[in-house]
Write a protein that binds this ligand. Structure first.
Ligand SMILES: NC(=O)c1ccc[n+]([C@@H]2O[C@H](COP(=O)([O-])OP(=O)(O)OC[C@H]3O[C@@H](n4cnc5c(N)ncnc54)[C@H](OP(=O)(O)O)[C@@H]3O)[C@@H](O)[C@H]2O)c1
Length: 255
């Protein structure tokens, strides 16, 4: 099987690294020449990665095509590409929906939307796909955990929460910077904060069948530091603002 990527930015390179370090059987990965630096790095790192002449060359040489471009670029270029009905097209583009993709692609190929996230390079993290597709599910299960979603409207709810990644990392950055200002070496500060939150996330994941409110409760001692932290953040409206932000991302995706 030959896998083609149109757009070679952050998400394409994370997926390609995940694939190349996994047991997925494939013949070749064909990438578009953009972004040049990322494309050359991937080619240097992995023998099976080849750089195509242009976007149409990627389509012509691949069985599966991953659309890893921004919505603006997608609007401009997808309609000019000639696909075959035997191809599977997987779109990572967050704000172009299935019916718009069908119109742009014209031929009756299988079109799946998927939202992998950067930790896929470590073969970790959820990959919501819509509509369900067995082959695509088996593929992503080898580099993450696929969540099949029947209804596109429902899938938008998942896409919305994935818009909070940068905000999450920024919280880690703010705490690390705070430690640095208190005189801790940057490397030690970042190691402490990232390993603390990695452990907390792992604990939450292992216990994800239990309601999360129990973890919130169990991590507080009466009158303790965590109780103070939670109370102050709640009073300042931090969690309300999380919900408001999710609502506004959701609104944008629903357009
Ligand atoms: N980043 C994430 O975590 C993530 C997760 C899930 C889904 N997505 C979605 O995936 C898509 C890509 O996101 P990204 O973060 O990977 O963006 P990105 O890093 O900006 O990558 C976009 C890529 O598209 C290339 N490009 C621009 N114009 C092109 C053209 N005419 N033909 C071919 N390639 C072209 C860019 O090349 P140049 O640098 O040369 O312009 C770049 O390699 C977006 O729709 C985003 O919503 C992203």
């Amino acid at each position: 099987m030959k896998l083609g990527f149109i757009g070679t930015g952050k998400i394409a390179s994370s997926v390609i690294i995940g694939i190349c370090n996994s047991k997925i059987k494939f013949k070749q990965i064909i990438i578009s020449p953009r972004n040049k630096r990322v494309a050359n790095n991937l080619k240097k790192k992995f023998k099976k990665v080849k750089i195509a002449k242009n976007n149409q060359d990627v389509v012509n040489k691949s069985n599966w095509i991953f659309l890893s471009i921004t919505p603006k670029v997608g609007d401009k270029i997808i309609k000019n590409l000639k696909f075959k009905s035997s191809q599977i097209i997987i779109s990572f583009i967050s704000t172009i929906n299935l019916s718009q993709l069908k119109k742009m692609i014209k031929v009756k190929s299988k079109i799946i939307r998927a939202i992998p996230l950067p930790p896929i390079s470590l073969k970790k993290g959820p990959v919501p796909i819509c509509p369900p597709n067995k082959k695509v599910k088996n593929f992503f299960d080898q580099i993450g955990s696929t969540v099949e979603i029947k209804n596109e409207k429902l899938s938008i709810n998942f896409w919305s929460t994935s818009g909070m990644m940068a905000a999450y990392y920024d919280m880690l950055r703010v705490m690390s910077d705070w430690l640095v200002k208190k005189g801790v070496k940057r490397q030690d500060a970042q190691k402490y904060i990232t390993s603390l939150f990695s452990a907390l996330s792992e604990d939450a994941f292992v216990n994800s069948k239990k309601e999360l409110k129990y973890l919130v409760k169990e991590s507080q001692t009466p009158k303790g530091l965590n109780e103070q932290g939670l109370k102050e953040m709640t009073k300042k409206g931090v969690y309300k603002s999380v919900v408001n932000t999710l609502n506004s991302i959701h609104k944008r995706l629903n357009k």
